[in-house]
Each structure stands twice: as structure tokens, then as C-alpha cells.
Design a protein around this ligand. Structure first.
Ligand SMILES: [Fe+2]
Length: 337
């Protein structure tokens, strides 16, 4: 479990602060960026509500929330990927929130229909390629399965939730049989067995091991900002494609937050989520990880702007969770490790 200096202090006082019914909001977060701290401080300055935060891996937090049950001090659960927050909701850990602010600010496809969770920033999962090796890069996800790209494609393992969510979107677009065929085609085109994270797929373009890779945009942008070993130095050689621009759009996912089912400070939790959708917080929340705001009309940060504007798939992200079990089943069937 990853605990910041703030939260290690908190470990001593969490029980005491959580018992005060007002004045605090307790957040379980699997998003851990140092900059989140300034965001929380701004919320406290605005509302007087103090933010306590425990950070850990999403699955650890889900296990912890489950174990704590009605005694959980958690008010807000914050994680990345709709597939993951859907799992938390399926486990009965989140509650409905009826907030005019949240429903008017966040587009319907980026939130749970009954307010169990809300997308707070968007990330696109797109195609990258070696500009010197690939003359005609794939323009769609479907094309990743085209035999023309045999032994060229690198993508991480099917155990990764980002891929499971991409697969869920393919099931929605192509049907189960179509998605199975697609996955089999991608496996046939793999340059190597799936390994590493998204950054490693991009590094493999630089090293020459892969010509084509799939990764979330912010990993590439981190490399572009500099200082990423094995990537930043060769990043000028990498091109990118926002897929499916002439049909459904590029697959997007969210960092999402929901109010926990036993939130002791429910009103403060809702106030916190409503704060996160203000223009100021949206820009900050998205920018710090080179993501896109969930609320429309927020200006792009400098780094994401370098990739240009794109059409995003407006598939309701609940589908990513609903199709997650089928996605995992299809991956197994085609031997996508
Ligand atoms: Fe990530």
C-alpha cells in the first residue's frame, strides 16, 4: 500500500477525524499524483472541509472498502478506468448521487446513469507507430488485426484493465464474434508476447522491437515532456493515430469518482465531487496527468494540445464494465496472454 507523508500522519488520526460528522472528507484514491495535493488544498480553502486521503492500488482499496463495510471511514472512492469503478459498484460499494451540478457538467456517457460514479477526466487509448518503418499506419482499431501488420504490433497483456475496456468497446462495436476475430487477428500480428506497461510498448518502438503500439495518450506525453528512460530520446521518431476518426471515434476511458455506500460525510463527499467539476479543478485535474477534462469546453493543456483535436467515442462507459467479463473470456479464447 502506498501511503504519502500526509496519510501516514493520517493513519494515526483517521479514526478520530472520521468520527466528526462535518468538516472532513475521506478519500480512498488509486490516483497518486503529488500535484493532487494542491487540488485538495484549494478545496479546503474554498469550503473549510479538510481532505484526508489514503492511496493504494485500486484492487487493494476495493478489498479494504469491502472489509471495512459499514465501519468504513471512506466517503469518496477515486480510481482510473470505468472497468474498475464498475467493479467497485458491482461489489455494492458506491451509492447513488443526485446532483444537478454533476449531471449538468459531466456528459451522460461519462457517468453512471444513477450517479454511482462520475468520470472526472478522460484519456484516449490510441495507436502509435515508427515513422521510419510504417508508411501506412493502422487508422482504426480494426486495422490492428490486418495481416498487413504481421509481426509489427505491440500491446500489453489482457490482464490489464485498459485493454479489457478497449476490448469491451470492440464487443460493443463488432459484436462478440467480431470482437473475437479481431482479437485473434491482433494476436497473430504481435511482434512479441505481451509484456510490460504502456510506456514499455512505446519504448519498444524506439528500440526497434515493435513498429506499432497501443498506449494511453498520457504515457506518450510524459515521454514527450522528457526524462523517460528509453523513450524521451527517441520520441521524435514516433507518430500517432487517433483511431476510427471517420466512424465511432477513438476509445476513451476516465478517471472516475463515486460516493461510497457508507460515507460518514456524504454531503462533504458530494461537495468534493461538485468541486472537481468546476472549470478550475477540471483543468488542474486533467492537466496534471496530461489528460482531457470530462467537462466540455475546458481548454486543452499545452501537452495534450500537441496531439491535436480528435473525435472521441461517445459509448456509454458503463458498457466497459458490463462487457468486462466477456472481454476477459474472449481474450482467453484467442490466447492473448
Ligand atoms: Fe495509466
Amino acid at each position: 500500500m502506498r501511503i504519502t507523508a500526509l496519510t501516514s500522519l493520517l493513519a494515526l488520526t483517521f479514526g478520530a477525524t472520521a468520527s466528526l460528522a462535518d468538516g472532513v472528507v475521506n478519500i480512498y484514491s488509486s490516483r497518486h499524483y503529488d500535484n493532487d495535493e494542491s487540488l485538495y488544498q484549494a478545496f479546503t480553502e474554498k469550503t473549510g472541509i479538510e481532505v484526508n486521503r489514503i492511496e493504494a492500488d485500486a484492487d487493494e482499496l476495493i478489498a479494504r472498502l469491502t472489509a471495512e463495510g459499514a465501519n468504513s471511514p471512506a466517503d469518496v472512492f477515486l480510481t482510473v478506468d470505468a472497468g474498475r469503478i464498475w467493479r467497485a459498484d458491482e461489489a455494492g460499494l458506491l451509492q447513488a448521487v443526485d446532483s444537478e451540478v454533476l449531471t449538468s457538467r459531466i456528459p451522460a456517457h461519462l457517468r453512471h446513469p444513477e450517479g454511482h460514479w462520475f468520470g472526472m477526466s478522460q484519456r484516449a487509448r490510441i495507436i502509435f507507430y515508427d515513422k521510419t518503418e510504417v508508411e501506412n499506419p493502422p487508422r482504426t482499431y480494426e486495422a490492428l488485426a490486418d495481416p498487413a501488420y504481421e509481426e509489427q504490433v505491440c500491446i500489453r497483456s489482457s490482464g490489464n484493465v485498459y485493454n479489457q475496456s478497449l476490448m469491451a468497446s470492440m464487443i460493443d462495436a463488432l459484436g462478440e464474434d467480431g470482437a473475437r476475430d479481431w482479437a485473434a487477428g491482433v494476436v497473430a500480428n504481435m511482434a512479441r508476447d505481451p509484456q510490460g506497461g504502456d510506456t514499455d510498448q512505446l519504448r519498444a518502438i524506439v528500440s526497434g522491437e515493435c513498429d506499432i503500439a497501443v498506449a494511453n495518450t498520457y504515457y506518450f506525453l510524459r515521454g514527450l515532456a522528457g526524462g523517460v528512460d528509453g523513450l524521451s530520446d527517441g520520441i521524435e521518431g514516433i507518430g500517432w493515430v487517433f483511431p476510427n476518426q471517420s466512424d465511432r471515434g477513438a476509445h476513451v476511458n476516465v478517471a472516475a469518482a463515486g460516493v461510497t455506500v457508507n460515507a460518514p460525510n456524504r454531503d462533504n463527499a458530494v461537495a468534493f465531487l461538485e468541486y472537481l467539476v468546476t472549470d478550475e479543478a477540471q483543468a488542474y485535474f486533467a492537466n496534471q496527468n496530461n489528460e482531457y477534462a470530462a467537462v466540455p469546453g475546458i481548454a486543452l493543456a499545452e501537452n495534450p494540445a500537441r496531439l491535436g483535436l480528435f473525435r472521441a467515442d461517445d459509448l456509454n462507459l458503463s458498457v466497459l464494465g458490463e462487457q468486462n467479463p466477456t472481454a476477459q473470456k474472449l481474450f482467453n479464447e484467442v490466447g492473448w496472454e
